[in-house]
Design a protein around this ligand. Structure first.
Ligand SMILES: [Zn+2]
Length: 195
């Protein structure tokens, strides 16, 4: 399958994909389906998707990541289920008396370096924005009851990553392009969201 050999690894990061597509055969189909719908900077160039790390349409682009940290408490409980079913599905995370995680947040922006500074964006300003709009709302908080953008949502790491993305999108300056939010719940479990 030449398409996969040339570009399939990049397709793993394409936002056209969901977890159900993480097989070689389905990646091949997605490559074919997205070739004519590329939204990258060189739309006339055949591509494998619209939002992926390794597409050749990102030539010249730089990806800058800032890492931040926060601690927070939560529990995973579906209120329409019985306690038994919640415990069956969520295990220890359904503990009625809460539990905590040490979250690591990776925020990646993309673009081309400014010719005057060599920077994609001032990383201190990026850190300040993340801290003001994300960390101060989450750190040492109860995610289920104290965080405005998580109200009414299941407090999974998946939903938290999406919530963080939406907060950042509305608070980044014009011209700063958000590429990915990666959120570690534990050193061995993380979620990535590409908008
Ligand atoms: Zn948990």
């Amino acid at each position: 399958m030449p398409l996969i050999n040339k570009s399939g690894f990049g397709a793993l990061w394409c936002n056209e994909l969901s977890s159900s597509h993480w097989t070689v055969s389905l990646i091949s189909n997605v490559v074919a389906d997205t070739r004519s719908r590329c939204m990258c900077k060189y739309p006339e160039t055949p591509s494998i998707g619209t939002n992926h790390y390794l597409c050749k349409n990102f030539e010249g682009m730089v990806f800058l990541t800032r890492i931040e940290h926060f601690n927070a408490a939560h529990k995973l409980v579906n209120p329409s289920w019985t306690p038994e079913k919640n415990e069956e599905v969520f295990g220890l995370c359904a503990n009625e008396n809460w539990h905590g995680h040490n979250y690591e947040l990776y925020v990646t922006i993309k673009g081309e370096p400014d010719p005057d500074t060599g920077f994609l964006f001032d990383v201190k300003k990026l850190s300040g924005i993340i801290n003001e709009h994300i960390i101060e709302k989450l750190d040492h908080k109860n995610l289920n009851v104290e965080v405005d953008f998580m109200v009414g949502k299941m407090c999974s790491t998946e939903n938290l990553a999406v919530g963080i993305w939406n907060q950042l999108i509305s608070n980044l300056p014009g011209g700063v392009v958000l590429h990915a939010v990666k959120l570690y719940e534990t050193p061995r479990i993380f979620v990535e969201y590409f908008g």
